[in-house]
Ligand binder design. Structure first.
Ligand SMILES: Cc1cc2nc3c(=O)[nH]c(=O)nc-3n(C[C@H](O)[C@H](O)[C@H](O)COP(=O)(O)O)c2cc1C
Length: 337
């Protein structure tokens, strides 16, 4: 079944140890044992989002996921986590096969520490130059993620990153493409450009097996591409890390908060450090409030532009089957022409 897709995904699936080279990108609060095991059991590759978890919590989450699947899965660690090296030890203890390092350039020694445990390291490459550097420093595979994606994003679109990076690196290295992938036709395109596979988040976030709150899921089903907007920075003195999420009362209040804090700065009522802290802290816990508590007004409903293609709750296996059918049909049409 799906022979053309299988052959183009062969390098990626071999690298991941999964049937299909389709990763479900780690999503904080969403990518826990239930979704991760469902993805891996359906032939994809699930990745636990460690986020701000403590080493003990990660330990329990890996054990819980193992209890639900015998298939391989990965763990995503955020590079600025203060206990990064302890988290790496937890992954090593459980013999996790693949560790994804997200959130910036990996700190000194982290790639080596992961590799020493026998695991493979997957890094995000924001540019071609950095991609090359990461590979030289020991990364075993790269993910290139465009700004169509949900969550924290860079400034460049998936299509441009793919054109810049795949021709240069994908023949000799394993490169996965992420950001805005909602249908199999797009997967076919990136595979033909040399990608070893793809990573999706938004398309899987509201699967039946996802523990996200029903109201979080409803917000996804109602939304169209243009509702998934990037956070706005109002004042150059108060940096905002761009995040793509569904617009709601929280996103409006964030803009108002920045204007208020900038005003206080102008009037000398607060110091710069305090001002920046107030901006940074605005969204603390906001993703959890949306995903777990279902607060879709004030919480952060992180979602990519492909959210418009997510219209109902479906089991993970169905989503993967649909993607594979679309991909295979697209590849067959091209070969028949
Ligand atoms: C709700 C949500 C939370 C996310 N959290 C994380 C995270 O904690 N770490 C990470 O590396 N990426 C995170 N991402 C990005 C995904 O792993 C994935 O790369 C992205 O969703 C792919 O693009 P797409 O949304 O267009 O499919 C998140 C995405 C979403 C939608």
């Amino acid at each position: 079944m799906y022979t053309r897709t299988k052959s183009l995904m062969a390098r990626g699936s071999e690298f991941l140890g999964s049937e299909w080279a389709i990763l479900c990108g780690a999503m904080s609060w969403v990518s826990e044992r239930n979704l991760v095991s469902a993805i891996s059991n359906a032939g994809g590759f699930g990745v636990i989002a460690c986020g701000a978890m403590t080493p003990d919590l990660l330990d329990a989450e890996i054990a819980g996921t193992r209890a639900l699947t015998g298939k391989p899965f990965g763990v995503n660690l955020i590079t600025m986590h203060p206990q990064l090296f302890e988290l790496i030890e937890v992954c090593a203890k459980h013999r996790v096969g693949h560790v994804v390092l997200a959130g910036g350039i990996p700190p000194k020694g982290s790639v080596e520490a992961i590799k020493q445990s026998g695991a493979r390291v997957i890094c995000f490459a924001p540019t071609l130059a950095l991609g090359k550097k990461l590979l030289r420093s020991g990364a075993d595979a790269l993910v290139i993620e465009g700004m169509e994606a949900g969550g924290h994003i860079g400034p460049v679109s998936t299509s441009v990153l793919a054109q810049e990076i795949l021709p240069a690196l994908a023949e000799e290295n394993i490169v996965f493409v992420a950001g805005g992938v909602g249908r199999g036709e797009a997967i076919a395109g990136y595979l033909e450009m040399g990608a070893a596979g793809v990573q999706l988040g938004t398309r899987f976030a509201c699967a039946t097996e996802s523990i996200a709150h029903p109201d979080f899921k409803k917000a996804f089903f109602r939304a169209s591409a243009r509702d998934a907007v990037t956070s706005v920075q109002v004042d150059p003195r108060l940096p905002v890390i761009p995040v793509r999420a569904l617009k709601n009362k929280g996103t409006e209040e964030f803009t108002a908060k920045q204007i208020e804090v900038a005003g206080k700065l102008d009037r000398g009522e607060i110091e710069m450090g305090e001002a920046q802290l107030q901006i940074e802290h605005f969204w603390a816990g906001a993703l959890r409030r949306a995903v777990i508590d279902g607060d879709v007004e004030a919480g952060s409903i992180m979602a990519g532009q492909s959210v418009g293609m997510v219209t109902r709750e479906e089991p993970v296996a169905e989503v993967i089957a649909t993607l594979l059918e679309e991909c295979e049909a697209a590849l067959s049409r091209r070969n028949a022409a």
